[in-house]
Design a protein around this ligand. Sequence first.
Ligand SMILES: NC(=O)C1=CN([C@@H]2O[C@H](COP(=O)(O)OP(=O)(O)OC[C@H]3O[C@@H](n4cnc5c(N)ncnc54)[C@H](O)[C@@H]3O)[C@@H](O)[C@H]2O)C=CC1
Ligand SMILES: O=C(CO)COP(=O)(O)O
Length: 333
Amino acid sequence: MTAQVGVIGAGAWGTALAQALASDGSEVSLWARESDLVREINQERRNSLYLPSAMLAPTIRATSDLAELATLQVLLVVVPAQFLASVVGQLPPGTRDLVLCAKGIEAGTGRLMADVAADADPQARLAVLSGPTFAHEVAAGLPTAVTLACSGGREQWARLAPLLARPALRPYYSADVTGAEIGGAVKNVLAIACGVVEGMNLGQNARAAVIARGYAEMLRFGLARGAEAETLAGLCGLGDLVLTCSSTSSRNFSLGLALGQGLTAAEALSGKSSVAEGAATAPVLAELATRDGIAMPIVEGVCRLLSGVSPASAVVADILSRPLKAEREEPAA
Ligand SMILES: NC(=O)C1=CN([C@@H]2O[C@H](COP(=O)(O)OP(=O)(O)OC[C@H]3O[C@@H](n4cnc5c(N)ncnc54)[C@H](O)[C@@H]3O)[C@@H](O)[C@H]2O)C=CC1
Ligand SMILES: O=C(CO)COP(=O)(O)O
């Protein structure tokens, strides 16, 4: 049997998704940028660079030739947000389903992932897969639930769900693509903030406060862009926020932890092959929020820390000295 689904990107998440899809014996084509990795996956059934914990299924076949995947009707795109345009741009345009799995906003343009993909592959039918999904757990077959937001509505869902669902990987339907994208992008920045709280030993109360007030920021930003509140309260928003704000398994949380302990962003990120998407998303998110008059003080604080303009102690002091206000925005009279 030949593969029905291809996965573009053999980082931790693309490899874990390929592993989950192959768990029922399905063939999966996996595009890796690194030729050494292609050899290692095909010959040793390992991805020691990005997902060393997993022994990969025999039905995953890696390739460094993107053209081999271009004929498939369903492609999961799992390269980091900042590379989405360049990688999707290498595909010949087609009426395939592109399932976008990166969590971020494109620096420089402020585009969400579906806008980037629509510009790069205009005929593609777009969906977003997002939720609380540490790659190593998915690769180990642990139960995981995700939002699958389909721009093509129920018809697209009916096509994709049987191809992507497995007993331990459970997609939930949504039609709110924007909400799914914003939940995943914003939570990465908030996970950095929670890591800072941990790194500075500010306590569990403070971390819970950052989660709740950060969620308020996510909601304000999302609603202003047409996302639905229920989506942001679901797996791809609050669910993922809770996961990544609570664990050193999160690269974004770990980056924040290092910043909170006094390292610079350059020091914390140096020598890492894995991506902490929140570092690239934070400045562009803060810029969009300022432009649109949306208050996002925690996101702004993360930006100040990442750019090195303020030490963590000054950022925390500024947040704590903001004027007292109502927890919920008062509806306009
Ligand atoms: N790792 C995880 O648990 C999860 C990750 N994600 C998201 O999936 C996306 C991919 O993340 P990971 O697989 O974790 O990445 P990773 O950190 O494991 O690996 C980095 C990836 O970036 C690729 N890369 C580096 N330079 C590139 C370039 N110039 N052009 C194209 N690709 C390049 C590498 O080939 C590799 O696939 C991110 O947006 C991340 O937020 C989403 C859910 C879970
Ligand atoms: O998105 C993730 C889990 O849902 C992974 O988070 P990190 O990118 O912070 O590791």
